[in-house]
Ligand binder design. Sequence first.
Ligand code: G4P
Length: 526
Amino acid sequence: MSELRTEISRRRTFAIISHPDAGKTTLTEKFLLYGGAIAQAGEVKGKRARAATSDWMEIEKQRGISVTSSVLQFQHSGFCINILDTPGHQDFSEDTYRTLMAADSAVMVIDGAKGVEPQTRKLFRVCAIRHIPIFTFINKMDRETKDPLELCEEVERELGIDTYAVNWPIGSGKEFQGVYDREKQRILFFQAEERGKKVGSAEVALDDPALEDMIGAQKAAALREEVELLGAGREFDMEAVRNGTLSPVFFGSALTTFGVEPFLEEFLRMTTPPLPRVSDQGEVDVFSEDFSAFVFKIQANMNKAHRDRLAFMRICSGKFERDTEYFHVQGNKKLRLSQPQQMMAAEREIIDEAYAGDIIGVFDPGIFSIGDTVTVPGKKFKFSGIPTFEPEHFMRVSPKDTMKRKQFIKGTEQIAQEGAIQIFKLPGAGLEEVIVGVVGTLQFDVFQYRMRSEYGVELYMEGLPYEHLRVITACPCKPEDLVLCTGAALLEDFKGRLLVAFGGEWSVGFLTKHNPGLELAESLSV
Ligand code: G4P
């Protein structure tokens, strides 16, 4: 096999999604420990590590959070693994969703005591759009949890995906004895594991009387019954895993490192190497000699002294080499990508090469937009765009000082163009007042901060009660004659499209009932 093919084949690129506190950071750290990318737990989340990374935005320092998702690379069992971290709830933003566009699969961490939580649901929905494989890690089995059968049912019911339990827990909390690996017919006994030390395990068939001696009569009976129930359900189907309709489920405890290694091994076995991406000229061969990538995230002002921006790209084909000439399709310009970087745990590193599946951050002098394609000179295809996600929070925004109108418009437009916020206005109105829509409220803080520090504009910001936004695709009358429910409003975006913003989901029913012929698109990306 050529070097290119070998390198690409060993790439695995996935996102970790969860509701805050389910154990995503802990699980990530344990992965990194296995990969030897960090020396001790606590390094991923520690504020100390973050301060050492670079000059993060002031706002990140003030709040001790990371505004954007990070990408971590490590090696394990011959695989080169890229983890795309998605930030927690205060840090939640549209970037979180976009990050999922760069992944080939997702690991969903669920707190065994809590089950499916709101943020799991939101992130899952975005993964489901892309039909990527989703692996479920049910965490905190060392604590009292919900009934495991109930947990699987909850995932199926709430998320609309089938599940297949690869292993099955034996008790939970104080009674937790370990997990039973269904395929290998093996018990993995629970004991907190130190790095490098193997946990105890024993091969035993379920009908073997020795099972009673190992875990006690009561637990053995429960295990037999539950696994039998599972067996009567669904078969394992790799095809269904690969197209995202069946989620393999694993039980474990990230904090005590229990079940993490078997999970990682199975996960690596079941996931695919980088998947081909679709462009306007058809599918792009991942193993092609020609480099191609798309921009899924732009992070501004990581270093205030240089006012720089980093554009994060997912490499879709070939090999990236530093100091090589590439082609920015949307800008119709040749360019060299300077300061190509990758994140290694908390460290940022300048790299010389990277392969399809990898994520690189490059210095952006202000030329890139979200969704842009970079190829080799002579190739002009464009990867299909990144969807626009529906904002859930809205504010009316204007400059405090009316003399700053020009800077206000410039800043708002630029920040919106980067994809950090979405902007709208009242139909027919000018730009002295805009309506800003975001997916996570942190985006408002970032916007306000950047308007002040980069454009010198202080803002008036007033919250609006909308929660949803739909594009009007067919309007039966003059827009101003539409019958709107209380709390709804007509807005216009910068493509000149007419939209309706409203509160509860029920408003859609009201609008369509009172305005026969009115049609609203399901998604903003129409
Ligand atoms: P997140 O990134 O999904 O937000 O979760 P994180 O890993 O930070 O874990 C949230 C809390 O849950 C942490 O405790 C962590 O130690 C704990 N935790 C994670 N996995 C397990 C597990 O398998 N079992 C148990 N019992 N606890 C687990 P904390 O007290 O909030 O934070 P810390 O002070 O320990 O960092």
